[in-house]
Write a protein that binds this ligand. Sequence first.
Ligand code: SF4
Length: 246
Amino acid sequence: MENTTNVIYITSNCNLACEYCYEEQNRPSKTMTYDDIDRYFEYINEHSAPHSHIVLFGGEPLLYPNLIEYIVNKVNNEYAYKQYSMSMNTNGLRLLEDEIYEWYKQLIKDKYIHLNISYDGPHSHRRIDKRGNCVNTYIENVLNKLDNDIKYSISYTLNKDNYCYCIEDIIELLEYHYIEKITISVMYKEIDKMAENYNIALQHLKPYFNEILKDIISQYVHLHVNCVNIVYLIIRTYMEYHHHNP
Ligand code: SF4
């Protein structure tokens, strides 16, 4: 039996309408029922090893705290012997509501649910609400609101708006917030040049790799920066270098 990551797609509904959302086009409204969740757990119980991971996914899972609570109950009681770890992919906005924030803090006393908050930095304006307003300031407010004992990750989508600011954004996020990890996904169709240069960049940069790495680590050694970050920091440095030294 494999140690797996099990994604629970709680809902297709969301309180945002991000421009690039794969869920956005003609999205039918679909949300799991308690029965669906029961069936899902019967399945993963058979197919996953103890200590596997469960990801709460959407849409926006925080639209349905009742379903999240139901899942946590199952994990803590019926399937306690499996010792699942848990995380949630969220835009975090509902944590601005004091009631939801307190609810989350209570919930994680019973079962820690690591937050993976999607945020593309202040220069990208693709995260918009249903009226087309950019919600970056609200997401920043969420990050500022989170207590230091809440460890969370940021999911950063690199696109044509923010890739020039990627390093600055990452450093600022790491400096001002208690972030465990930043995962970067890339919109290749927008910045395919960057993708094309990926291998060349690594080759050219090999000699400088240790120096760059040392620099980054000396500044942020107390933080857990994953490899993806470092690779993109390096690519960005490479591209800057070639821009100024053609
Ligand atoms: S927050 Fe996530 S699910 Fe919601 S619209 Fe944006 S990308 Fe899509």
